[in-house]
Design a protein around this ligand. Structure first.
Ligand code: HEC
Ligand code: HEC
Length: 504
């Protein structure tokens, strides 16, 4: 009979559980897992406050991607090492296959659940690895396999697309992020509960456990150790096996290392953030420069300018072609519809002109009184317009803030723009005269104002105020007819008809 003291000593007797190599592997797992989870999840949810902070702290998204890949590579190397330790255990030491799950584990799991619910008096009797530990190990094996495969697809999308349909790449992304979340939750819930909360098990760090813990959790293993089942075989035997194992492993490891090298270096994709293509509005300065003086000029100057641009062939910007696309891309998230910030709705021409809380958004002809221009010109506001965009905006307001290209062509909708005499007599004679002169193909003669209005066989050539009812405009707008007018000429034509098609 052992007395109390002796029993206590025996309980605390240290038993070796993990080798140095096991402990190194665990540390590799801890480091790569934490680093990958951290750098991965902040990429998955970049908008969360913590992610923003972390992304900035790590040096930006590109640095974060790079760090993620460095640790992914380390994890791959850790796998190659694990194949060595596992292979050695199986082929050299021929140690019992303590990590392979079996029927006994199903029974232990069932009994464990019953015990936790108070339905069984005793916890299950288990071997070197409990069913909880096996489940976790194989979950990591499975999870790492998925992460490696999907990670490869994300890292090397071009190589992947050679073998698989393109949809596999976004699918891989979804699987990569989903599995990552699952793994983190499994570690936090399952692993932390079993080894830290239930009782703080330090054996993977120290390499030792106590006899008392062995009795509680690994009593079958304790019995096997004491029966000598875990004793290493004689050295000459292991030496012989090692001589066969090492070359075989070297071949496997060599192949894997080549694979990893390919994995890591094949493509340099998805590290750099490529800016989405920008729709650059080409700004061709009108003959009248946009120096501050212009803003105080009278409408006559504006008209002259537009007239010049009409005949000069530069395309004037309009709300539809140049302004609305920029606003919708850069301001739409905050200034759209009735609920826009500062009651400002930039999604339509009318509401943009009307402006928001402070007053008219756009005052045609006067950028400096236009709150929208002022706000962006002052800088520091969300959706900051580029210098080019600002210049375009300014020139557009200066030119009377036309809504459509047609308005732009007609000098901001003013009827005093181009006339038959000043522009269209010459244009139509040049472009159409060969067939619609004296020969009047289709009954249409465009060499005189009255005849052009009258039109040809199918109806009036020009209906003042209504471009679409005007055969001359409609035929050319439809395209495919000889003498094809350019978009700009068409816009001018429509604007002129809109404005009543004045002759002089
Ligand atoms: C991230 C949201 C956000 C974006 C994007 C944004 N704004 Fe704003 N804007 C606001 C908020 C909030 C206010 C009200 C506070 C203020 O005046 O700064 C405001 C106010 C304004 C006002 C003042 C309205 C008034 O009458 O007082 C103007 C003009 C304006 N924004 C123009 C723009 C333009 C032009 C863009 C795009 C180039 C833009 N904003 C993009 C949030 C945004
Ligand atoms: C190479 C010769 C040619 C040129 C150049 C040409 N057209 Fe025509 N166009 C025709 C012929 C042929 C017809 C009649 C057959 C048809 O309707 O397609 C016609 C018919 C039309 C009609 C329909 C007349 C009607 O009432 O049926 C319109 C309108 C018209 N042209 C407009 C124009 C305009 C505007 C231009 C110049 C921008 C132009 N065409 C240049 C050959 C030409």
């Amino acid at each position: 009979m052992l007395d109390q003291n002796e029993r206590q000593v025996r309980q605390e007797e240290r038993i070796r559980r993990f080798s140095v190599s096991d402990r190194v592997e665990h540390w590799l797992q801890v480091i790569t897992f934490v680093a990958l989870a951290l750098t991965g999840l902040i990429q998955k949810w970049p908008d969360v406050g913590f992610s923003r902070w972390a992304l900035t702290t790590l040096g930006g998204i590109e640095a974060t991607r790079l760090i993620h890949r460095v640790f992914a590579t380390l994890l791959l190397l850790a796998i190659v090492y694990h194949l060595f330790t596992a292979g050695k255990r199986i082929f050299v030491d021929r140690a019992p296959r303590t990590m392979v799950p079996g029927r006994a584990d199903l029974r232990a799991a069932w009994q464990g659940v019953r015990f936790n619910f108070g339905r069984d008096q005793e916890p299950p009797v288990q071997g070197r690895f409990t069913w909880e530990e096996k489940l976790e190990y194989w979950a990591i094996v499975w999870g790492t396999l998925i992460m490696t495969l999907t990670g490869f697809m994300l890292w090397n999308p071009i190589a992947t697309a050679k073998f698989l349909p393109g949809q596999f790449i976004p699918a891989a992304k979804a699987a990569h992020g989903g599995e990552a979340l699952l793994a983190v939750l499994a570690i936090l819930v399952w692993h932390f509960y079993h080894v830290h909360l239930r009782h703080f098990n330090t054996s993977i760090f120290t390499g030792y456990t106590t006899r008392g813990e062995m009795v509680k959790e690994h009593s079958l293993e304790l019995a096997a150790i004491e029966a000598g089942e875990f004793d290493p075989p004689p050295t000459e035997v292991t030496e012989r096996r090692r001589r066969r194992f090492m070359p075989a492993y070297s071949v496997v490891a060599g192949a894997l290392l080549v694979g990893i090298y390919f994995f890591v270096t094949f493509e340099d994709t998805a590290i750099q953030t490529i800016d989405p293509p920008e729709n650059v509005t080409v700004f061709v300065p009108a003959p009248t420069p946009t120096v501050p003086l212009v803003t105080t000029t009278t409408p006559t100057t504006t008209t002259t300018e537009s007239t010049t641009s009409t005949t000069g062939g530069t395309e004037p910007d309009s709300w539809v072609t140049a302004i609305e696309p920029v606003f919708s891309a850069k301001c739409g998230s905050c200034h759209k519809g009735d609920s826009g910030f500062a009651s400002l709705d930039l999604s339509t021409y009318a509401t943009a002109l009307a402006g928001g809380a402070t007053g008219p958004g756009i005052v045609p002809g006067d950028p400096n009184s236009s709150v929208i221009y002022e706000k962006q010109d002052a800088g520091g506001h969300a959706g900051q317009l580029t210098d080019t965009e600002l210049a375009t905006l300014r020139a557009w307001i200066d030119a009377g803030a036309p809504e459509t290209p047609a308005d732009a062509g007609a000098g901001g909708g003013s009827a005093s723009g181009s006339t038959w005499d000043s522009a269209f007599a010459a244009l139509l004679a040049d472009s159409c005269g060969a067939c619609h002169g004296a020969g009047a193909l289709g009954g249409l003669n465009v060499t005189r104002y009255a005849l052009a209005i009258e039109g040809g066989n199918s109806g009036p050539g020009i209906v003042p105020g209504d471009p679409n009812a005007s055969e001359i405009y409609a035929t050319q707008a439809a395209g495919g007819h000889p003498g094809q007018l350019t978009d700009l000429q068409l816009a001018d034509l429509a604007a002129w008809i809109d404005a009543g098609a004045p002759e002089k």
